[in-house]
Design a protein around this ligand. Structure first.
Ligand SMILES: Cc1cc2nc3c(=O)[nH]c(=O)nc-3n(C[C@H](O)[C@H](O)[C@H](O)COP(=O)(O)OP(=O)(O)OC[C@H]3O[C@@H](n4cnc5c(N)ncnc54)[C@H](O)[C@@H]3O)c2cc1C
Length: 573
């Protein structure tokens, strides 16, 4: 047995079995350790960041003694599963597995309410200097660091027990500009790291422009979304969000405040544009291309099977959808569909700068098939004069009208070639996943194969360029069921759904923002051939390994024990 392996084993055993109170420097300090910063040290940090340090109070605490507040608790119980409930909190996150069950609003008033998996303190940053001070403090005291923007992350990457949080949500600057560089000349927008999709879409509309953002109106644009790739209803025409980035303003792991563009710190630009959030630095702002606004045509088409319709007939209609799919995306449309047990809905088809007739013609092949099959359906066509109106119609009313609820999920990028060469196997997998009515499958379709539209070479997973749609298999989290019943759904994804999807689409990957947090093959699935280069960029810009997030580049160099303590699996050289 090599010395190296023995070292790994010792570190692992310490982490799993509990550390002595004076934690080793191979593990991050936790509040119960003697290495945890003193009150004086926290007070000093608070004064360095001009009073912007916030101590954690669990979001669910109004439902528990001693601070029980009936009215606030009732509101929390109603809104808890909704994503936007977490936005105003510096620590709380949407993904229930990582939000944890240490202070739920549904448990009895006198049951315990603890900080659990949340960060201990967070800095409500408003300047790059605030960020640099936070990072220096974390480095000096060997603390876990997390970056939280909106808390949307489905893989729990913006949460961390015992961490110092860098909370970017209130960085709300927005400036439209005429950008001139050797790689782009034209309209652009510089936005603070806390800007949400709906804020950007609304502000751009007032300028006669449109800019890419996520379908969920509250997804932060500059955070995990653009850094992880970022798909939009406009992506078949304009590429992924990462393809639209002109420059990043970043505080890196070693505290430098830098610009990363195709011509300045280009390795960092490359990595941030698709290589995942919370890995190389804290983005303070991003500058992105803006596009002229104009009319946007759309459609929904819902199958309405009768009791007499057989399952086989429904799946034949879904198969027909897939046979037409590539041509729609290649023409410049995008789609979002939802398949469940005996249900299928194309709930938004988007085609900017086209007409209702264009959409009608686009869908006519599928409609003819449905008519020939005798499959009933409802079709609605829309045309709005602006992108904002289309977006608000399908995902509004703004800001948070569309109910996005807590779930567990796994996903895979469905290659175009699967639709042409392996469709029966795909349909059979969809049928298998949805058969018992617990799981549904969402598909976000787009063609982002044209890399010449990207501002510059970037770290978007190569499998994206070959894909027809990003598939998410999900089950809603049921707060009326036990924790273990919900976790069993997550296990089903890891042990059954992921392997099934991988067997049908072995040469693809997964969108790192919408995949299973416990995906066993995450390195190749989320980063593919880019992984080694991303790892080396991280060494340059985060030399102390300050940033850790589950499934982020280099996260396999840490082990997280059940209490959230992070320990290195290997001693850095
Ligand atoms: C309801 C819902 C709808 C979604 N719709 C879409 C969609 O249409 N298209 C799409 O592509 N994705 C979509 N996503 C996925 C989304 O892109 C990711 O969840 C993304 O990580 C959210 O980024 P955030 O910054 O808002 O969230 P957070 O959870 O706050 O952060 C996400 C990750 O980015 C890191 N991070 C945040 N801010 C910064 C920063 N300033 N610098 C460095 N790292 C940072 C965090 O540490 C974390 O690792 C959706 C997710 C949900 C829950």
């Amino acid at each position: 047995m090599s010395i190296f392996f023995v070292l790994i084993l010792i570190v692992h055993l310490l982490c799993v079995n509990g550390l002595p109170k004076n934690a080793s420097s191979t593990c991050r300090c936790m509040p119960e350790d003697s290495c945890w910063p003193s009150n004086d040290a926290w007070t000093k940090l608070n004064s360095t960041v001009s009073g912007k340090l916030i101590a954690t109070v669990p979001l669910g605490s109004p439902c528990h003694d001693p601070g029980y507040d009936e009215e606030a608790c009732n509101i929390l119980q109603e809104t808890w599963p909704r994503v936007e409930t977490n936005f105003p909190s510096p620590y709380s996150v949407f993904a229930p597995l990582f939000q944890g069950n240490s202070c739920l609003p549904y448990t009895p008033r006198d049951s315990s309410c603890t900080i659990g998996k949340n960060a201990r303190f967070a800095i409500n940053v408003s300047t790059p200097a605030d960020i640099a001070s936070g990072l220096a403090f974390a480095q000096e005291h060997n603390l876990r660091t997390v970056i939280k923007n909106t808390g949307h992350d489905l893989l729990g990457k913006s949460a961390g027990a015992g961490a110092l949080g860098i909370w970017t949500y209130n960085l709300k600057n927005l400036d439209f500009l005429d950008y001139t560089a050797e790689y782009y000349v034209g309209p652009a927008v510089k936005l603070g790291a806390g800007i949400e999709g709906w804020e950007l879409v609304q502000a751009a509309a007032a300028q006669g422009l449109k800019v890419l953002s996520g379908s969920c109106t509250g997804v932060g644009v500059a955070g995990g979304y653009s850094q992880g790739g970022g798909h939009s209803l406009l992506s078949s025409q304009y590429g992924l969000a990462a393809d639209n980035v002109l420059e990043w303003e970043v505080v890196t792991g070693d505290g430098q405040h830098v610009t990363a563009s195709p011509t300045q710190n280009s390795d960092l630009y490359w990595a941030l544009s698709g290589g995942g959030g919370s890995t190389y630095g804290v983005v303070f702002s991003v500058t992105m291309k803006a596009w002229p606004d104009g009319p946007v045509a759309g459609a929904t088409l819902t199958l309405t099977p009768t009791n007499a319709t057989t399952d086989d007939e429904i799946w034949a209609a879904v198969k027909s959808y897939h046979t037409h799919f590539n041509s729609w995306m290649e023409a410049g449309a995008t789609s979002a569909h939802l398949a469940g047990y005996r249900s299928f809905e194309l709930f938004v088809l988007t085609w900017a700068d086209h007409t209702k007739d264009d959409v009608r013609n686009l869908l006519s092949g599928w409609q003819s098939d449905l008519d020939a099959m005798g499959m009933p359906y409802n079709l609605t066509l829309t045309l709005f004069p602006t992108w904002l109106e289309h977006y608000a119609n399908y995902f509004g009313p703004l800001p948070y009208g569309f109910p996005w609820l807590s779930k567990v999920q796994g996903g895979r990028l469905v290659p175009k070639t699967t639709l042409t060469g392996n469709l029966d196997e795909l349909i059979s997998a969809l049928r298998n996943i949805t058969q018992d009515g617990v799981f549904q499958v969402l598909g976000n379709g787009m063609d982002v194969s044209n890399t010449s539209r990207a501002v510059a070479d970037n770290a978007v997973l190569p499998a994206w360029r070959r894909s027809a749609y990003s598939m998410i298999a999900f089950a809603n989290w049921d707060f009326n069921s036990s924790w273990s019943e919900n976790v069993a759904l997550e296990d089903r994804i890891t042990n059954s759904i992921d392997p099934l999807l991988r067997s049908v689409m072995p040469d693809s990957g997964s969108y790192l923002n919408e995949a299973n947090p416990y995906q066993m093959t995450w390195k190749e699935d989320f980063y593919g051939a880019n992984y080694d280069r991303l790892r080396s960029v991280k060494t340059t810009w985060d030399p102390y390994g300050l940033f850790y997030a589950r499934t982020a580049v280099a996260s396999d160099e840490w082990i997280e024990s059940p209490d959230g303590r992070l320990c290195r699996t290997a001693v850095p050289s």
